[in-house]
Design a protein around this ligand. Structure first.
Ligand SMILES: NC(=O)c1ccc[n+]([C@@H]2O[C@H](COP(=O)([O-])OP(=O)(O)OC[C@H]3O[C@@H](n4cnc5c(N)ncnc54)[C@H](OP(=O)(O)O)[C@@H]3O)[C@@H](O)[C@H]2O)c1
Length: 138
């Protein structure tokens, strides 16, 4: 799909929001050691910058906006600092808090966090009206 856009993506930022989960919601379909975001980066032309973001926010939570008077956390990962800065500014414009987790390989960890949420939905929380966030204590 990404490769179909070819040169049109050169110089663009691609925000990957996906969770490439298996049909049973218990695993990831991506190759070992990779992630959906890294596979997208491989398919994109040189000069396109992939930033993983938003994959741990359920759509209903995103639509409802800030809860308990504080911004929700949006975890991001990517290799290009300028692209991450632009995505972070976009996230802040939505009154959400960008939390940089590191370079693009961290996308696999974020996709596993997506799986963690699906496990919580299936086994304990039983709904999707929650989000993962960081509580900074000092
Ligand atoms: N919904 C959430 O709360 C949420 C939160 C965080 C991340 N995400 C991630 O965001 C992504 C989209 O989620 P969603 O809830 O919007 O899913 P969705 O409602 O099922 O929509 C999936 C979209 O992808 C298209 N699609 C599926 N397989 C395709 C293929 N092989 N080639 C091209 N297009 C294809 C579908 O097209 P057709 O309708 O034509 O089949 C549909 O438009 C998923 O990876 C999900 O894990 C979702």
């Amino acid at each position: 799909m990404v490769s179909e856009y070819g040169d049109a993506l050169r110089g663009k930022i691609i925000i990957d929001i996906t969770n490439p989960v298996t049909p049973d919601f218990k695993g990831l379909v991506t190759p070992d050691g990779s992630s959906g975001a890294q596979e997208i980066a491989k398919a994109a032309p040189a000069g396109a910058h992939v930033v993983k973001a938003f994959n741990t926010l359920f759509s209903n939570v995103l639509a409802a906006g800030p809860a308990e008077g504080r911004p929700l956390d949006v975890f991001i990962a990517g290799d290009d600092p300028q692209a991450k800065a632009r995505v972070s500014a976009f996230i802040e414009s939505l009154r959400l808090r960008p939390m940089d987790t590191g370079q693009l390989p961290m996308a696999r960890t974020l996709e596993n966090a997506g799986l963690l949420e699906l496990g919580l939905v299936a086994n304990s929380v039983r709904h999707t009206n929650f989000s993962l966030g960081v509580s900074i204590l000092s």
